[in-house]
Design a protein around this ligand. Structure first.
Ligand code: GLY
Length: 270
């Protein structure tokens, strides 16, 4: 992505390429992104992905898409080539085929570890906790959603204002809860009012904690970037994640970057 942007290529092309590379990698699927992700409760991989341009404000998304290892590329086709903004399920698959994508059988969508995890799920009939999503600022998101979700379930990732917003904001965590709060939109508004990215992320979590009115909380991680390219992040309940920006050598290194842990329970008592 850095090479493409440095070469003057369009930012939307760069984020699509970077996201598609991760999505199509069976190994990175275990981070709940694209091919190799965790299947739903019927054993089928269904992916959500979205791409958004802040100026002038364009959006394309797919949800519960089956059989495509690079859902972000289908979301990009929705952005550029569909009169609609979001296509789901069979409609998304049909659109992908119309656009020249071939639909892979389930056997090519799961990795050995995620197929084994599904067998374990069937044996134990209990879900493996964890939500993950890959977000890129300028901005796209992609997720295979919570492991062993109900067929047709759509998370926060492809919803504007929830999993992403404009070119400045990405969210991950428990999408079924996150989508009630439009946290991505909220954080962008706070940054427009002058808050630094990390402050905006923390304020959004604080607001959610107050609105929840309970100390149970849920998994949510927020990453924001302002128009100066400054990044910030916050997460709840020790929900670990990393972010990477230009100039950082590796994702491993950015684990060292400041991440503010916000304990919703502690906030509630303040
Ligand atoms: N945040 C990803 C999901 O819940 O689908």
């Amino acid at each position: 992505m850095q090479r493409m942007i440095s070469a003057g290529e369009h930012a939307t092309d760069a984020v699509e390429e970077a996201m598609a590379e991760v999505e199509d990698n069976l190994e990175t699927g275990r981070f709940v992104v694209g091919r190799g992700g965790f299947p739903n409760s019927a054993g089928v991989l269904e992916c959500d992905a979205a791409i958004m341009e802040g100026q002038p404000g364009r959006f394309g998304a797919v949800a519960a898409l089956r059989g495509v290892g690079t859902p972000i590329r289908v979301a990009r086709r929705v952005l550029d080539g569909s009169p609609h903004s979001m296509l789901v399920g069979e409609g998304a698959s049909a659109f992908a085929q119309d656009q020249g994508f071939s639909l892979d059988p389930d056997s090519r969508m799961l990795s050995a570890p995620t197929a084994a995890a599904y067998l374990e799920f069937l044996q134990k009939q209990k879900s493996v906790p964890g939500h993950d999503t890959l977000g890129e600022n300028v901005i796209s998101v992609s997720s295979s959603g919570i492991p062993f979700k109900a067929p047709g379930r759509v998370g926060d990732s492809p919803l504007p204002g929830c999993g992403l917003y404009a070119d400045q904001r990405a969210t991950t965590g428990d999408g079924d809860k996150i989508m009630s709060y439009c946290p991505s939109y909220h954080a962008v508004q706070l940054m427009k009012q002058g808050r630094a990215p990390a402050e905006a992320c923390e304020a959004v979590l604080q607001d959610i904690a107050e609105r929840l009115g309970t100390d149970e909380g849920f998994e949510i991680g927020l990453v924001a970037m302002n128009i100066k390219g400054e990044m910030g992040a916050a997460s709840s309940l020790k929900f670990p994640y990393t972010f990477w920006n230009f100039g950082m050598a590796s994702v491993e290194k950015c684990i060292q970057n400041p991440v503010t842990w916000v304990n919703l329970s502690a906030n509630q008592q303040q």
